[in-house]
Design a protein. Structure first.
Length: 227
Protein backbone atom coordinates (compact mmCIF):
# COMPACT_ATOMS: atom_id res chain seq x y z
CA UNK A 1 0.00 0.00 0.00
CA UNK A 2 1.25 3.49 -0.87
CA UNK A 3 1.22 5.66 2.28
CA UNK A 4 1.89 9.39 2.46
CA UNK A 5 3.29 10.50 5.83
CA UNK A 6 2.95 14.25 6.47
CA UNK A 7 4.98 15.13 9.57
CA UNK A 8 7.47 17.95 10.16
CA UNK A 9 9.26 16.27 13.09
CA UNK A 10 12.02 14.13 11.50
CA UNK A 11 12.16 11.79 14.50
CA UNK A 12 8.48 10.90 14.32
CA UNK A 13 8.59 10.77 10.53
CA UNK A 14 11.51 8.34 10.56
CA UNK A 15 9.84 6.09 13.15
CA UNK A 16 6.65 6.00 11.07
CA UNK A 17 8.58 5.27 7.90
CA UNK A 18 10.43 2.38 9.56
CA UNK A 19 7.24 0.88 11.02
CA UNK A 20 5.28 1.19 7.78
CA UNK A 21 8.08 -0.23 5.63
CA UNK A 22 8.40 -3.15 8.05
CA UNK A 23 4.75 -3.91 7.17
CA UNK A 24 5.62 -3.84 3.47
CA UNK A 25 4.16 -0.43 2.62
CA UNK A 26 5.55 2.02 0.08
CA UNK A 27 6.21 5.19 2.11
CA UNK A 28 6.43 8.76 0.84
CA UNK A 29 7.05 11.71 3.17
CA UNK A 30 6.28 15.42 3.26
CA UNK A 31 7.12 18.02 5.89
CA UNK A 32 4.80 20.81 4.76
CA UNK A 33 1.11 20.98 3.97
CA UNK A 34 1.29 22.36 0.45
CA UNK A 35 3.97 19.82 -0.43
CA UNK A 36 1.63 17.09 0.86
CA UNK A 37 -1.26 18.17 -1.38
CA UNK A 38 1.07 18.29 -4.39
CA UNK A 39 2.43 14.81 -3.62
CA UNK A 40 -1.05 13.38 -3.09
CA UNK A 41 -2.14 14.76 -6.45
CA UNK A 42 0.80 13.14 -8.16
CA UNK A 43 1.07 9.86 -6.23
CA UNK A 44 -2.58 8.99 -5.42
CA UNK A 45 -1.71 7.32 -2.09
CA UNK A 46 -3.95 4.66 -0.56
CA UNK A 47 -3.75 6.33 2.86
CA UNK A 48 -2.47 9.58 4.40
CA UNK A 49 -1.05 9.92 7.92
CA UNK A 50 -1.36 13.64 8.57
CA UNK A 51 0.07 15.76 11.38
CA UNK A 52 -2.17 18.66 12.39
CA UNK A 53 0.64 21.05 13.39
CA UNK A 54 2.56 21.79 10.20
CA UNK A 55 4.82 24.83 9.57
CA UNK A 56 2.88 26.35 6.64
CA UNK A 57 -0.79 25.31 6.63
CA UNK A 58 -2.27 23.05 9.29
CA UNK A 59 -3.38 19.48 8.74
CA UNK A 60 -7.05 20.43 8.73
CA UNK A 61 -6.45 22.72 5.76
CA UNK A 62 -4.49 19.95 4.02
CA UNK A 63 -7.40 17.56 4.53
CA UNK A 64 -9.82 20.09 3.05
CA UNK A 65 -7.51 20.34 0.04
CA UNK A 66 -7.38 16.56 -0.34
CA UNK A 67 -11.15 16.24 -0.17
CA UNK A 68 -11.52 18.45 -3.24
CA UNK A 69 -10.19 15.63 -5.41
CA UNK A 70 -9.86 12.46 -3.34
CA UNK A 71 -11.62 10.26 -0.77
CA UNK A 72 -8.29 8.78 0.41
CA UNK A 73 -8.48 7.70 4.08
CA UNK A 74 -6.82 10.24 6.40
CA UNK A 75 -5.54 9.54 9.91
CA UNK A 76 -4.70 12.70 11.87
CA UNK A 77 -1.71 12.89 14.22
CA UNK A 78 -1.70 15.59 16.87
CA UNK A 79 -0.46 16.51 20.31
CA UNK A 80 -3.84 18.11 21.02
CA UNK A 81 -6.36 16.04 22.95
CA UNK A 82 -9.33 18.45 23.01
CA UNK A 83 -12.61 17.00 21.76
CA UNK A 84 -13.15 20.05 19.54
CA UNK A 85 -10.08 19.15 17.48
CA UNK A 86 -11.25 15.57 17.06
CA UNK A 87 -14.68 16.78 15.95
CA UNK A 88 -13.16 19.25 13.47
CA UNK A 89 -11.00 16.48 12.04
CA UNK A 90 -14.04 14.27 11.46
CA UNK A 91 -16.16 17.10 10.09
CA UNK A 92 -13.69 17.88 7.32
CA UNK A 93 -13.35 14.26 6.22
CA UNK A 94 -10.79 12.63 8.52
CA UNK A 95 -11.21 8.91 9.20
CA UNK A 96 -9.41 8.56 12.52
CA UNK A 97 -7.49 10.58 15.07
CA UNK A 98 -4.36 9.55 17.01
CA UNK A 99 -3.08 11.72 19.86
CA UNK A 100 0.67 11.98 20.51
CA UNK A 101 2.49 10.30 22.09
CA UNK A 102 1.43 7.02 20.50
CA UNK A 103 3.05 3.68 19.78
CA UNK A 104 3.75 2.63 16.18
CA UNK A 105 1.84 -0.57 16.93
CA UNK A 106 -1.28 1.42 17.84
CA UNK A 107 -1.03 3.46 14.65
CA UNK A 108 -0.56 0.35 12.50
CA UNK A 109 -3.65 -1.21 14.09
CA UNK A 110 -5.66 1.91 13.35
CA UNK A 111 -4.39 1.97 9.76
CA UNK A 112 -5.54 -1.61 9.26
CA UNK A 113 -8.96 -0.81 10.73
CA UNK A 114 -9.40 2.29 8.58
CA UNK A 115 -8.34 0.47 5.42
CA UNK A 116 -10.67 -2.43 6.24
CA UNK A 117 -13.60 -0.07 6.70
CA UNK A 118 -12.72 1.82 3.53
CA UNK A 119 -12.48 -1.36 1.45
CA UNK A 120 -15.78 -2.68 2.77
CA UNK A 121 -17.42 0.64 1.92
CA UNK A 122 -15.98 1.05 -1.57
CA UNK A 123 -15.53 -2.45 -3.00
CA UNK A 124 -18.91 -3.56 -4.22
CA UNK A 125 -19.97 -7.14 -4.78
CA UNK A 126 -20.66 -8.30 -8.39
CA UNK A 127 -24.39 -7.87 -7.79
CA UNK A 128 -23.89 -4.33 -6.50
CA UNK A 129 -21.65 -3.40 -9.42
CA UNK A 130 -24.49 -4.00 -11.87
CA UNK A 131 -26.89 -1.87 -9.83
CA UNK A 132 -28.36 1.11 -11.66
CA UNK A 133 -27.80 4.71 -10.68
CA UNK A 134 -29.81 5.96 -7.72
CA UNK A 135 -31.79 9.18 -8.03
CA UNK A 136 -33.27 11.21 -5.22
CA UNK A 137 -34.35 14.78 -5.94
CA UNK A 138 -31.33 16.52 -7.50
CA UNK A 139 -28.97 13.76 -6.25
CA UNK A 140 -27.60 11.09 -8.58
CA UNK A 141 -25.50 8.27 -7.14
CA UNK A 142 -23.41 5.94 -9.30
CA UNK A 143 -22.45 3.05 -6.94
CA UNK A 144 -20.10 1.45 -9.46
CA UNK A 145 -18.06 4.60 -10.10
CA UNK A 146 -18.37 5.88 -6.51
CA UNK A 147 -19.64 9.17 -7.94
CA UNK A 148 -22.25 11.58 -6.60
CA UNK A 149 -23.84 14.53 -8.37
CA UNK A 150 -26.12 17.21 -6.99
CA UNK A 151 -27.63 18.61 -10.13
CA UNK A 152 -24.58 19.12 -12.36
CA UNK A 153 -22.20 19.61 -9.43
CA UNK A 154 -20.03 16.67 -8.35
CA UNK A 155 -19.87 16.09 -4.59
CA UNK A 156 -16.70 14.49 -3.21
CA UNK A 157 -17.54 12.15 -0.33
CA UNK A 158 -15.52 9.93 1.96
CA UNK A 159 -16.30 6.20 1.89
CA UNK A 160 -18.36 6.47 5.07
CA UNK A 161 -20.30 9.50 3.82
CA UNK A 162 -21.03 7.67 0.58
CA UNK A 163 -22.41 4.64 2.42
CA UNK A 164 -24.59 6.80 4.65
CA UNK A 165 -25.95 8.76 1.69
CA UNK A 166 -26.65 5.56 -0.24
CA UNK A 167 -28.55 4.11 2.72
CA UNK A 168 -30.66 7.24 3.18
CA UNK A 169 -31.47 7.52 -0.53
CA UNK A 170 -32.46 3.85 -0.84
CA UNK A 171 -34.88 4.12 2.09
CA UNK A 172 -36.52 7.57 2.18
CA UNK A 173 -38.77 7.98 5.20
CA UNK A 174 -37.22 5.11 7.14
CA UNK A 175 -35.70 6.04 10.49
CA UNK A 176 -32.24 4.66 11.24
CA UNK A 177 -30.75 4.60 14.73
CA UNK A 178 -27.15 5.73 15.17
CA UNK A 179 -26.17 2.13 15.87
CA UNK A 180 -27.68 0.98 12.55
CA UNK A 181 -25.87 3.75 10.68
CA UNK A 182 -22.57 2.90 12.39
CA UNK A 183 -22.93 -0.77 11.47
CA UNK A 184 -23.68 0.13 7.86
CA UNK A 185 -20.85 2.61 7.31
CA UNK A 186 -18.16 1.23 9.62
CA UNK A 187 -19.04 -2.44 10.04
CA UNK A 188 -16.89 -4.18 12.64
CA UNK A 189 -13.72 -2.29 11.71
CA UNK A 190 -13.25 -0.82 15.14
CA UNK A 191 -14.90 1.12 17.95
CA UNK A 192 -16.58 4.28 16.72
CA UNK A 193 -18.53 6.66 18.95
CA UNK A 194 -22.17 7.60 18.29
CA UNK A 195 -20.98 11.22 18.06
CA UNK A 196 -19.21 10.24 14.84
CA UNK A 197 -22.57 9.73 13.09
CA UNK A 198 -23.74 13.19 14.16
CA UNK A 199 -20.57 14.72 12.73
CA UNK A 200 -20.88 12.87 9.40
CA UNK A 201 -24.56 13.78 9.03
CA UNK A 202 -23.68 17.42 9.70
CA UNK A 203 -20.98 17.21 7.01
CA UNK A 204 -23.39 15.66 4.48
CA UNK A 205 -25.84 18.48 5.12
CA UNK A 206 -23.13 21.06 4.47
CA UNK A 207 -22.02 19.40 1.25
CA UNK A 208 -25.53 19.37 -0.21
CA UNK A 209 -26.26 22.94 0.87
CA UNK A 210 -29.83 24.11 0.28
CA UNK A 211 -31.09 20.59 -0.45
CA UNK A 212 -31.48 19.70 3.24
CA UNK A 213 -32.96 16.22 2.99
CA UNK A 214 -31.74 14.56 6.22
CA UNK A 215 -34.16 14.90 9.11
CA UNK A 216 -33.30 14.39 12.78
CA UNK A 217 -35.72 12.16 14.67
CA UNK A 218 -35.19 13.26 18.24
CA UNK A 219 -34.10 10.50 20.59
CA UNK A 220 -33.82 7.92 17.80
CA UNK A 221 -31.63 8.86 14.84
CA UNK A 222 -32.01 10.15 11.29
CA UNK A 223 -34.03 9.66 8.09
CA UNK A 224 -34.17 11.03 4.56
CA UNK A 225 -37.41 12.89 4.03
CA UNK A 226 -39.84 11.48 1.53
CA UNK A 227 -40.02 13.58 -1.64
Amino acid sequence: MKVLVVEDDPRISDVLEYALKAEGHDVHKAQRGREAIELATRLSPALVVLDVGLPDIDGFEVCRGLRKFSDVPVIFLTSRSDEIDRVVGLEIGGDDYVVKPFSPRELLARIKAVRRRHEVATVASPAEQSAPELRYGPITIDPEKFRVLSGHREIVLTAQEFKLLELFVKHPGRVFTREQLLNRAWGDGGIVADRTIDVHVKTLRKKFGKFDFIETVRGIGYRAREL
